[in-house]
Design a protein around this ligand. Sequence first.
Ligand SMILES: CC(C)(COP(=O)(O)OP(=O)(O)OC[C@H]1O[C@@H](n2cnc3c(N)ncnc32)[C@H](O)[C@@H]1OP(=O)(O)O)[C@@H](O)C(=O)NCCC(=O)NCCS
Length: 103
Amino acid sequence: MARAVVGTEARVHEAAIINTGAILDHETIIGPAAHIVPGFALAGRVTVGERALVGAGAAVRPRIVIGEDAVVATGAAVVDDAPGALVGGVPARPLRRAAEPVR
Ligand SMILES: CC(C)(COP(=O)(O)OP(=O)(O)OC[C@H]1O[C@@H](n2cnc3c(N)ncnc32)[C@H](O)[C@@H]1OP(=O)(O)O)[C@@H](O)C(=O)NCCC(=O)NCCS
């Protein structure tokens, strides 16, 4: 989408959404059908798994792996790997997962 920035050697797989103003820095990998929402900033060499959702305004430290189907809450600062979890807060920690997470 408009004003998104995709850095050097970043890879975006099929059906992924790179939403308005999102920043993917160098060598980042975005898995199939993942959703990188408006204003999100990924540092270099981050990997986002298939179908993961990264919430608005979140930030992710370099080299972090966000797993398949993971959800990163709005405004989170992700400093540890998030394997298939719902994480949020600063620094991001696991959150209780509701029955139907809001996407
Ligand atoms: C994280 C998220 C998925 C949780 O939604 P939910 O499943 O409906 O969860 P709830 O609102 O019931 O909250 C569950 C718990 O997480 C906490 N929480 C919810 N959102 C949070 C956030 N952004 N940061 C920190 N904690 C959060 C709640 O306070 C609650 O804590 P509790 O168990 O101590 O009461 C949602 O808040 C979110 O951030 N979605 C991303 C939306 C988005 O950016 N969409 C992009 C559109 S383009």
